[in-house]
Design a protein. Sequence first.
Length: 424
Amino acid sequence: MLLAGTVGALGAPPFTQFANGARSVATLYAQMTQTRPEVLQPITHEGTGLVANRAELVQPGMTLIQGIFPEGTQVRLYDNDGQVRHVWNADFFKVWPDAADRFPEVRIPKSQMHYFIQGMSPLADGSIVLNFGDLGAAKLDKCSNLVWRSDRPTHHSVTPAGDGKFWIPGHIPTAETPKEYLPSAVTAKEIDDLIGSSFNGYNNSVLLVDADGKVEREFSILKSIYDAGLEAAIYNSVRAVTVDPAHLNEIEVVTPALADRIDGVDAGDLLLSLREMSMLLIVDEIDGHVKWHAQGRWFRQHDPDITEDGMIELFNNRSRSISQKPVDSQIVRLDPATGESHVLFPVGENDAFFSDFMGAHQLLDNGNRLIVESAAGRVFEVTPAGEVVWDYRLPYDEKTASLFAYAIKIPNDFFEVENLSCPT
């Protein structure tokens, strides 16, 4: 990837032609022989279903798990006994039956095997807002019927912004990206050719989507980075991953507690996570100008959360491709005022978990933490001391794990509807 990114960034024509030809052949072969979703990974944990449940120590509530299950691309609601209480089916072809009129052909999934969902926000009426990875966002009612959709290529997180609005990462078309934000000697078309049908985009953006799914506001992350003079981050990232230099994967709204810890930061600003730069940013919610940034003891991170005391806790993915030293993922806590950080989990030698992509966590009311080991198809809850008290695992088939893109725990009385049942 480093060589490919470097040569591609230099605009070497032979590389572009070779890459495009190889990609076309590989893609065609994959589409003809696909037997399972292409993003799934080999099984790493034994067991199926709820393999641990210390009921007296588990946070009361229900767990929403989003991802790719053996039965399809879904959001499932589980009780603390591991029983499925409701399912939202996320069928791209039902949400976009007119996909041929809405998307370039190269972006349309070839089958149910060729897309995933990531990022969700449940609503009290039983509806749910979610992203179809880099394709668009949709709101589904409790029976999985379409309420609204956005054809903008949204991705990753869905964050409530108040008044029924949501902050969602998006992509600005490369063709609409000013030349000063493109790598040296590379055209917008060459970048798009390299991206092809893959799930990423060069110019990430922040979208404010209203209660009807309409884009109310948008600003470019690349512009924010360039305007802030963060040249080193841009240089290193473009050399490594030319087609996706930022990879915005989370938007959080800055709380008063966090704003109080950093000079010049205001409540309502946006905390962003940029995976490919291993960077956290705080930007102005109106124009996106950078107010604060940090890099530290995390790498390819996801899901930074703001605690009640104004700290930042994140899922530190890390990578096993840069060293032969054993590497696992972590939950890291950062003091944004001092830059000091430490690992919250794992606590002991037997607590290892790893997801090289996606991943999420949630601090619960009783002090426990819900952790999503996405690539392993595992969601588990741990106490502050590191004891696993709830552990749900799901293979997709005999060789691969299901993909759990995201999960959150909600109170038992979260949904205000009388019941979630739907006609069969």
